[in-house]
Write a protein that binds this ligand. Structure first.
Ligand SMILES: Nc1ncnc2c1ncn2[C@@H]1O[C@H](COP(=O)(O)OP(=O)(O)O)[C@@H](O)[C@H]1O
Ligand SMILES: [Mg+2]
Length: 398
């Protein structure tokens, strides 16, 4: 099966992603064609499937808790794998009805732990990132070859395991004549900057800090709602500069890490915000406004210099669920007033499917043994580039 795929110039790859928000599985089918060194990518179709409530609460509990047993982790890995496999298989069948045959599945999985900082373990210096959603389960359910565990090869080279989608995003978005700036506001927020060839700048990408993760937790605790729909609670509040300055003193904003997760911007910090809010006598809406402003400031801190340096930039394109939060969009448009703050849909992409599409690109690259650089603008070109992804084979026989 693997050999047959390798002989094909053109593959249809189904990318699967679920981000730190643990809200849904995003599926994106891409047609990827190779001619010599030239790779052409065409988006075919996609959909988003919400996590069943029970699955979502187990995922959030696992990601936010420090004392989850290995048994629970292991079972959730297989449960998620079955859910992904089921949804992928349904989508593959639907595509087949329309005459599209999926060749390969590429699945990021659900991040349960992301520890970018190295520490000593049993005499070894290690860091790590753990994604659940067993590729073997997906392969068994779909009958397709599955590429998963994209972060491990980057970690094995001593990096943080994030960001890893930069080269794939470049394949989707970079343009020789036009600098592109893309900000994804998912559970965390992150950015991609692809300069035009005449700008004299270099590609950059990193996590900015929190995205919706803290807002979602506060919405749950303060209003019993999964998220702040359209940012209405945040829009009704006032930003507390005192609380904001405490939040901006969080360690992530001071260190040089390029990635973060729910460990830094999850349950623990949400609890701290509630305590400080009481002390400062803030209204619930003020807590939402201040937390939303923290997301905005995290993005501004990362992008300020870059935007000033590239005068040819015209747009800041948003992706991810945070695009629908009007507080976030309005504040970013106010601050980056020289740019058109818009949806990535203006570049022809569905904002909910960009990451799933990037994993499809990465799955194809893995199959072709193509290494994708993960380090940009820091320390120059790396000697060794990772081939991202691990291949799981489907069962054989009838
Ligand atoms: N209508 C909306 N208004 C405000 N926020 C929204 C809306 N729809 C989705 N979101 C936010 O987007 C999040 C999901 O974003 P997503 O890009 O899927 O993140 P992730 O990549 O972490 O899964 C939700 O948890 C929610 O906070
Ligand atoms: Mg999501």
């Amino acid at each position: 099966m693997l050999k047959r795929l390798l002989n094909k110039k053109q593959l249809v790859v189904l990318g699967l992603n679920s981000g730190t928000s643990a809200d849904a599985l995003d599926l994106a089918a891409l047609q990827i064609r190779r001619e010599g060194r030239k790779v052409t990518v065409k988006f075919l179709s996609g959909r988003t499937r919400r996590y069943p409530d029970k699955l979502r609460s187990q995922v959030i509990e696992t990601a936010d808790s420090n004392d989850i047993s290995p048994d629970r982790m292991m079972c959730l890995d297989n449960a998620l794998g079955q859910f992904y496999g089921r949804e992928a298989s349904r989508f593959i069948k639907k595509l087949a009805v329309n005459g599209t045959a999926v060749d390969l599945v590429a699945s990021h999985g659900q991040t349960a732990r992301h520890l970018p900082q190295r520490s000593r373990t049993a005499g070894f210096t290690v860091n790590g990132s753990l994604q659940l959603g067993s590729p073997a389960q997906i392969a068994a359910k779909t009958g397709k070859i599955v590429v998963g565990d994209f972060r491990q090869a980057d970690i094995a080279l001593g990096h943080e395991g994030a960001p890893i989608t930069v080269a794939a995003m470049a394949r989707l978005f970079a343009h020789p004549q036009q600098s592109q700036l893309i900000v994804n506001i998912g559970g965390m927020s992150n950015f991609f900057y692809f300069p035009s060839s005449r700008s004299g700048q270099r590609t950059q990408a990193a996590d900015c800090g929190p995205g919706n993760s803290l807002l979602d937790l506060l919405s749950q605790k303060l209003y019993g709602e999964h998220f702040d729909r359209n940012g209405r609670h945040a829009l009704a509040g006032e930003v507390s500069q005192r609380l904001l300055s405490v939040l901006l003193a969080e360690p992530f904003f001071g260190d040089r890490a390029v990635s973060t997760g729910r460990e830094a911007f999850g349950e623990k910090l949400a609890g701290k915000i509630l305590i400080l809010g009481k002390k400062l006598r803030l209204q619930t809406e003020d807590l939402m406004a201040t937390t939303a402003e923290l997301t905005v400031m995290a993005v501004v801190q990362r992008l300020g210099r870059l935007v000033a340096a590239d005068r040819s930039l015209t747009k800041l394109c948003l992706t991810g669920g945070g695009l629908k939060n009007r507080f976030l969009k309005r504040r970013l448009a106010e601050i980056f007033s020289d740019l058109d703050v818009c949806s990535v849909s203006e570049l022809g992409f569905d904002p909910d499917l960009v990451e799933a599409a990037a994993y499809a690109v990465m799955g194809e690259a893995c199959l072709r043994c193509e290494s994708l650089p993960t380090v940009f603008g820091r320390g120059g070109k790396q000697k060794r580039q990772p081939v991202l992804g691990i291949i799981a084979q489907p069962p054989q026989g009838v």
